[in-house]
Design a protein around this ligand. Structure first.
Ligand code: FES
Length: 94
């Protein structure tokens, strides 16, 4: 199972979960606090994550991310980015 390391205010929390879930799903299923004002529909950016490592293990950027202007290589919407392998993400409020 992929290991996801969440960095929140400099503190790391590691969780292992099933491949194919979004970052938001994994965070919520494992009690990691993550904002998701639009309910994971790609309209708010409160779930914005900075990719610290393992960006290649996230699924391809989708239209919702591009429509919200999330185009930097190291930024992803947690509700849209699918985890396929180990990754480290810093949670920042968008
Ligand atoms: S939860 Fe709103 S864009 Fe991700």
């Amino acid at each position: 199972m992929p290991k996801v390391t969440f960095v929140i205010n400099g503190q790391k929390t590691e969780v292992e979960d099933t491949a194919g879930k979004t970052v938001l799903q994994i965070a919520l299923d494992n009690g990691v606090p993550i904002e998701h004002a639009c309910g994971g529909n790609g309209f708010c950016t409160t779930c914005l994550c900075k990719v610290k490592a393992g960006g290649e293990n996230l699924g391809e950027r989708n239209d919702k991310e591009e429509n919200m202007g999330i185009t930097d290589e190291d930024e992803r919407l947690g509700c849209q980015a699918v985890v396929n392998g180990d990754t480290e993400l810093e949670l920042v409020e968008g």
